[in-house]
Design a protein around this ligand. Structure first.
Ligand code: ATP
Ligand code: MG
Length: 194
């Protein structure tokens, strides 16, 4: 499961756990992005802090692990490169799934080398409030590798959480308490300008 995780929240965690259960996955690997191609203009929290928050949030679940593969790379991270690297690491016997929310999967056709990506992994598209997948169209190759996942609707987003912190509004119960504490302790999201 890729994302900026700026910060990670219960929408991510519920989706990952539902995908693990329904698709009988051994593990969910959270891969915080280094420099995502679609968020070049947005001021991102340093990768090291997003990685730490992801570790804090996933620590209690023994089936969740975190990879620093993308944050260690200087280059822009494309999902294709990441999934190919994981495919090489785990070998042919491992079946890989890329977990996304409905908003991300709607953009899937614009992803670089999307059909080649489908050679290495299947896709899990999770429901997300505010995004409809009813009219979603993909190439036959992609459709064959796409599974849908209904998750309890959580209208939580990282951008909303960042806005709440900046406006001194509560974020409690939207994300794990350890991550909430980390945000306040390190003064993240106080100033959203720039
Ligand atoms: P931002 O508001 O900064 O874009 P975000 O909440 O969308 O943050 P991302 O890190 O962009 O979080 O998302 C990572 C992945 O998690 C994406 O595939 C996204 O669709 C999915 N996702 C995020 N929030 C939810 C949610 N509430 N329900 C289902 N999927 C979600
Ligand atoms: Mg997003």
């Amino acid at each position: 499961m890729g994302g900026t995780f700026d910060p990670i929240h219960y929408g991510h965690l519920v989706t990952a756990e539902a995908a693990r259960h329904l698709f009988k996955l051994d593990q969910v690997i959270f891969v915080p992005s280094g420099r995502p191609p679609h968020k070049l203009s947005h001021k991102l929290t340093p990768a090291s802090e997003r990685l730490l928050m992801t570790l804090l949030a996933t620590a209690p679940n023994q089936n969740f692990i975190v990879s620093d593969w993308e944050v260690q790379r200087e280059q822009i991270s494309y999902t294709y490169d990441t999934v190919r690297a994981f495919h090489q690491k785990f070998g042919d016997s491992a079946e890989l799934f890329f977990i996304t929310g409905a908003d991300a999967v709607l953009e899937i056709m614009q992803w670089r080398q999307i059909d080649e990506l489908a050679d290495f992994c299947s896709f899990i598209a999770a429901t997300r409030p505010g995004y409809r997948l009813d009219d979603f169209q993909a190439s036959p190759k992609l459709t064959a590798k796409l599974g849908f996942l209904e998750v309890p609707a959580l209208a939580i987003s990282s951008s909303d959480i960042r806005g709440r912190v900046a406006r001194s509004e509560p974020i409690k119960y939207l994300l794990p308490e350890t991550v909430e504490m980390y945000i306040y302790k390190h003064g993240l999201y106080q100033d959203l300008s720039g």
